[in-house]
Design a protein around this ligand. Structure first.
Ligand SMILES: [Zn+2]
Length: 232
């Protein structure tokens, strides 16, 4: 550390806990850097040619992603993008974020997944093509839904542009819970002729961590039944 950085540290606000502290190159304090966990190892859904996440959605990361989504903390998007490593053997033509329904976009003022996509695209030197996907139906909150209901809830909710034909698309989302949303997006892109669909999310929730959904106390035993509060 240079003398000038020691006297006037340039990075002082931790991206995860928001405390003022000496931070590392990722802008994390020592506590948060130690608590950041690698993403859970889950099989890639069949709908995707590849899936990668930056870190695990857990107590260390949930607060920050919540602030980015609901607290106008748009400055966190480049941090979350910086967690994502895109495998070197993926061949991608363009990035596209999981879209919000236009009503939700109007209410929130921004799509946090698009902000992550733009930050990641800048690093990769690739274009973002937001118009490739639209959320044609407002699917509402998936918070109380288990995996099967989530899949049903988002089925057919997305429409892809004919501009997706022949393209290898990298879908970008903030949090993967069950994968129902990104798989519905992938189905729409493939129906429009996309030649490849990969997906990255800043955070991923371990499927094994799923708690029993309300009113479905038996579902914890079934590995495909997942319900956790979502950031849908
Ligand atoms: Zn921290």
């Amino acid at each position: 550390m240079s003398l000038i950085e020691w006297v006037f540290p340039s990075r002082v606000t931790c991206m995860l806990c928001g405390r003022e502290a000496l931070t590392d190159a990722r802008c994390l304090c020592a506590d948060c850097a130690g608590r950041l966990s690698p993403p859970p190892e889950e099989p890639c859904p069949a709908a995707l040619d590849g899936f990668a996440a930056g870190a695990r959605f857990d107590a260390a990361t949930a607060g920050a992603v919540h602030r980015m989504k609901y607290g106008d903390a748009r400055y966190l998007a480049p941090f979350f993008a910086s967690l994502i490593e895109v495998p070197a053997d993926w061949r991608v033509d363009a990035l596209t974020p999981v879209p919000l329904h236009k009503n939700k976009l109007r209410a929130r003022g921004y799509n946090q997944s698009a902000l992550i996509a733009y930050a990641l695209a800048k690093r990769l030197g690739l274009p973002v093509e937001e118009e490739l996907l639209v959320r044609a139906r407002d699917t509402g909150s998936q918070t109380a839904l288990d995996a099967a209901l989530r899949t049903r809830n988002v089925a057919g909710a997305f429409l892809a542009s004919p501009a997706a034909a022949g393209k290898r698309v990298l879908l970008v989302d903030d949090v993967r819970t069950t994968g129902a949303t990104v798989c519905a997006c992938a189905a729409a892109l493939r129906a429009a002729g996309a030649s490849g669909v990969y997906c990255v999310t800043a955070l991923a929730r371990g499927l094994e961590a799923g708690a029993a959904p309300r009113g479905r106390p038996d579902s914890r035993a079934a590995p495909t039944q997942i319900s956790r509060p979502t950031h849908e």
